[in-house]
Design a binder for this molecule. Structure first.
Ligand code: IVH
Length: 672
């Protein structure tokens, strides 16, 4: 048992600990403890300080807002303090907060309340002058933040220009506040891509967004799929805002992405609490991480008059959700073999419930991560399930070690095929270099038949595993020689299922060249690059003969990718596979030539919102088949904005640039 320590010593210890974690979180973007652990330390210090007020020091973390601005960036003084929020852990806490402020001002009792998600991102403060984005900063210590303007400019959903509110010119000045986040889908996609090229994957969306925005080179920021959600106006000239509800409406009218679709306004605290609680189980349905809801007094004047305590405004409270971090035992470490042969370790856990879901496995990112965190077999580990992201191991609970834990060594042989494992220079990943490795083949096949590639409906991972295990498919081209008879011999296959699958395979024979190129799964060649390669080379025959120099003529193809492409086509297994594809008639004609006469030749489209009948993939294919191009963000070069239900900020941007806005019907009319 450790010796009991005096409150003074404990407070000093907690201050030092917290300071270190604040620095790691805000400056290094590399925390080593979970948010819940941080909260617990912080609350312990708060309790000591409230019981012994004389122990509160001016440099105590409880006395200031967030972390310090780093010296890497120029400093920006915020026009008003960027405040934080006090936490309520459950309904009772929320009621206690409300009672406190009712006592201060009786008008609170009848006040309307706005409830909105508490977004777990990096706070950013965005300055607009005469409608133009002029400056963006991090929160820093709440008074002074870091100037990260060039980095924020790369964030696609950030409006670079905002329109007028109603008639007249855009607001003279507007300072908006929001959270920079990475949407779950984008995060998983980015990590999958990085993993397939043997690069380091990221641990969680929040720290990735924070780290990327605090890079000195904006190109590094631009390489990460950062998005934005705004929720308040710090200062405005030329717009009057009386309520939080009005703030959310105005922000979205101005083209800022917001979480307005989730926000609600209520007449009573009880209703607000019910709404907060209703999101605990639904949090995973959102595409970003939320760690709670925020309850805000709608009337901004009243909220301001209530003042603040320390750094927390009295007019709002964070209704925190139960943390989704638990500890469990690491029973083993498994290894997956990816499409390109990359070996990825994962944790095999003593099953544990986290936020209503039983977790048995979690990602361990890469072998370096295991070594850096000193994660040992048999360790108690801290596990986090955030948003809808795959659960991950934060690190070992070293205090719980018994001495029986074992150090882990990366495998020297591929766990599937037993062939040697190699580590490429400069990469974190280990590779299985056996092209015939069954696991690699399954992943390759999964990619080949998937959306964005050959798109064979109903061809999932289970079937991929079955056909590989049965020896029916030895390379992806073999898919086209599957027959009724062969499929019926597999478990779970009846006439109908076999017929459907064969029909889906048959339909895929007509995929355009760019899809086939994307389907090959060449390292570094995603959908966009496949489109560029198809347009440039016009056929697989031309592409397979291309050399490194000619490939590098294409924008976006660097020396590594060019080499990866040449290497891929040089491998004998791939050559054989391509010959089979050709024989099977899956050898599309030049996409570019066919598209030249298309109705959309030279036109640039942007898609926003959900279209009535076409999926995004389908709309994209429809446009591209007619020679058009689809890009992600609206610019002066955009010809059409294809608009669906619940559009994002692209609409306001298109309007402000005078881009033609069309619906799905008009698209079809134009495309005839
Ligand atoms: S309001 C006076 N609303 O959570 C305004 N904050 O833990 C105070 N946050 O510092 C902030 N979502 O960075 C507000 N919908 C939301 C939020 C939100 C996330 C962040 C914000 C705040 C932190 C407190």
């Amino acid at each position: 048992m450790p010796k009991p320590v005096s409150p003074a010593a404990r407070a000093a210890h907690l201050r030092r600990e917290l300071q270190q974690h604040i620095y790691r979180y805000h400056v290094l973007s590399a925390p080593i403890i979970s948010d819940a652990e941080y909260d617990a330390l912080y609350r312990e210090l708060q309790t000591i300080e409230s019981e012994h007020p004389d122990l509160t020091t001016p440099d105590s973390p409880t006395q200031r807002v967030g972390g310090a601005a780093s010296d890497k960036f120029a400093k920006v003084r915020h026009p008003a303090p960027i405040l934080s929020l006090a936490n309520a852990f459950g309904a009772d806490d929320a009621r206690a907060w409300f009672e406190r402020i009712v006592k201060l001002d009786d008008r609170v009792r009848a006040a309307k309340l706005v409830v909105e998600p508490k977004i777990d991102g990096l706070t950013v403060v965005l300055h607009y002058e005469d409608g133009l984005f002029v400056r963006g900063a991090t929160r820093g210590d709440g008074d002074i933040g870091e100037d990260i303007t060039p980095n924020l400019r790369t964030v696609r959903s950030l409006p670079l220009r905002i329109p007028a509110v109603g008639k007249g010119p855009p607001p003279r000045r507007l300072v908006a506040r929001g959270e920079a986040v990475i949407f779950t889908d984008d995060f998983e996609r980015m990590n999958a891509e990085l993993a397939s090229t043997g690069e380091r994957t990221f641990v969680n969306p929040r720290n990735t967004a924070s780290g990327a925005l605090r890079q000195l080179d904006p190109k590094l920021t631009a390489a990460r799929p950062i998005s934005l959600l705004c929720y308040s106006v710090v200062e405005a000239e030329g717009v009057t805002l009386a309520s939080q509800w009005g703030v959310l409406e105005t922000l979205s009218d101005l083209g800022f992405p917001t979480a307005k679709n989730i926000a609600r306004r209520f007449d009573s605290l009880d209703e607000a609490i019910v709404y907060c609680e209703s999101w605990i189980d639904k949090r995973d349905t959102l595409d970003y991480e939320m760690d709670g809801m925020v309850i805000k007094i709608d009337d901004l004047r009243l909220a301001e008059e209530l003042g603040f305590v320390g750094k927390d405004p009295r007019g709002a409270i964070a209704f925190k959700f139960p943390a989704r971090e638990v500890t469990t035992t690491l029973n083993g470490i498994g290894v997956n073999v990816g499409r390109t042969g990359v070996l990825t370790p994962y944790a095999i856990l003593e099953p544990v419930e986290v936020g209503g879901v039983t977790v048995r496995q979690a990602t361990l990112h890469n072998f370096d991560y295991i070594a850096e965190k000193d994660i040992r077999l048999g360790d108690r580990v801290l596990l986090k399930r955030a948003g809808d992201v795959i659960p991950y191991v934060i690190g070992p609970v070293t205090e719980a070690r018994t001495g029986k834990e074992k150090k882990y060594r990366p495998p020297q042989k591929c766990p599937t095929c037993g062939e040697a494992v190699e580590r490429a220079e400069g990469e974190v990943a280990y590779y299985c270099i056996n092209a015939a490795c069954p696991d690699q083949l399954i992943r390759n096949l999964e990619h080949f038949v998937g959306k964005g590639a050959m798109d064979m409906e109903g061809f999932g991972i289970k079937i991929a595993e079955q056909v590989v295990a049965a020896g029916l498919v030895k390379d992806v081209a073999d898919v086209f020689s599957l027959t009724d008879e062969r499929l019926l011999a597999l478990e779970g296959f009846a006439e109908k299922k076999a017929a459907n699958l064969l029909a889906a395979i048959d339909a895929a024979r007509a995929r355009p060249l760019q899809r086939v190129i994307a389907a090959l799964g060449i390292r570094g060649v995603g959908e966009v690059m496949a489109g560029d390669l198809a347009a440039h080379f016009g056929s697989l025959d031309a592409l397979r003969q291309a050399d490194v120099e000619s490939l590098q003529q294409i924008e976006g193809v660097g020396p590594n990718t060019a080499e990866a492409i040449v290497d891929w086509f040089a491998r004998s297994g791939n050559k054989r596979m391509l010959d089979k594809l050709k024989k099977a008639g899956v050898w599309p004609a030049a996409a570019s030539r066919r598209a030249k006469g298309g109705a959309f030749t030279g036109k640039v489209f942007v898609i926003t919102g959900a279209l009535p009948t076409l999926s995004r993939e389908e709309a994209k294919a429809y446009i591209e088949e007619r020679g058009g191009k689809v890009t992600d963000s609206v610019s002066k070069k955009t010809d059409y904005l294809l608009l669906g239900e619940a559009p994002g900020s692209k609409l306001a941007k298109a309007q402000s640039l005078g881009v033609a806005i069309i619906g799905e019907d008009e698209l079809r009319a134009l495309g005839k």
